[in-house]
Design a protein around this ligand. Structure first.
Ligand code: SF4
Ligand code: SF4
Length: 178
């Protein structure tokens, strides 16, 4: 028989013996395979109590960064939104007032900043486009939710805790405490 790959197998069409016709042997073989798996190491883990280590290149939920003085780094330049292939980012810029210098690092800041996690494909292009080191993708992912609205993360959801006033929260966010 000529075939393209030479991997075709000839099917045995001879009549079944009595033992084959009652399928008992095949059932035992199947049960033995199932039984063998009972003594193997379980591949399932008890998430969220247990987690698997992430790959070095894992890209998860976004974080809006602050500088060492706790000021927001984002200057609402819009480069992340332009770079986003899924059009998941929207923002509104505002000008910093003199008394707000301790809150925002640049003269312009994002008064509103939103990411639609249902659109996001976690490509990381927003992180690459940002000239202010203001956004990065962390090692957590958006938790499941029943409501589509809850997948739109606003600035408060995304901002990293303030390193000067929220040290405990920051350590927790970095996974340093439980
Ligand atoms: S990770 Fe990609 S898809 Fe998601 S917001 Fe950033 S640029 Fe857009
Ligand atoms: S996160 Fe970065 S790129 Fe996006 S608006 Fe802010 S400063 Fe610009």
């Amino acid at each position: 028989m000529n075939t393209l790959t030479n991997r075709a197998k000839q099917v045995n069409r001879s009549p079944m013996t009595f033992l084959e016709s009652i399928y008992l042997w095949e059932i035992f073989k199947g049960m033995f395979i199932t039984f063998k798996h009972m003594f193997k190491k379980q591949p399932t883990i008890h998430f969220p109590e247990q987690t698997r280590p992430y790959s070095r290149v894992f890209r998860g939920l976004h974080v809006l960064n602050r500088d060492e003085e706790g000021r927001e780094r984002c200057t609402a330049c819009g480069l992340c939104a332009v770079a986003c292939p899924a059009e998941a980012i929207t923002m509104e810029a505002a000008e910093r007032l003199p008394e707000e210098e301790h809150l925002y690092r640049e003269e312009k800041y994002a008064a509103k900043y939103e990411i639609n996690m249902l659109r996001c494909i976690f490509c990381g292009l927003c992180e690459e486009a940002c000239p202010k080191d203001a956004i990065y993708l962390s090692e957590t992912f958006a938790p499941a939710n029943y409501n589509r609205k809850n997948f739109i993360y606003n600035k408060q959801d995304l901002l990293i805790p303030n390193p000067t006033t929220e040290t405990e929260l920051l350590a927790k966010a970095k996974g340093e405490t439980k």
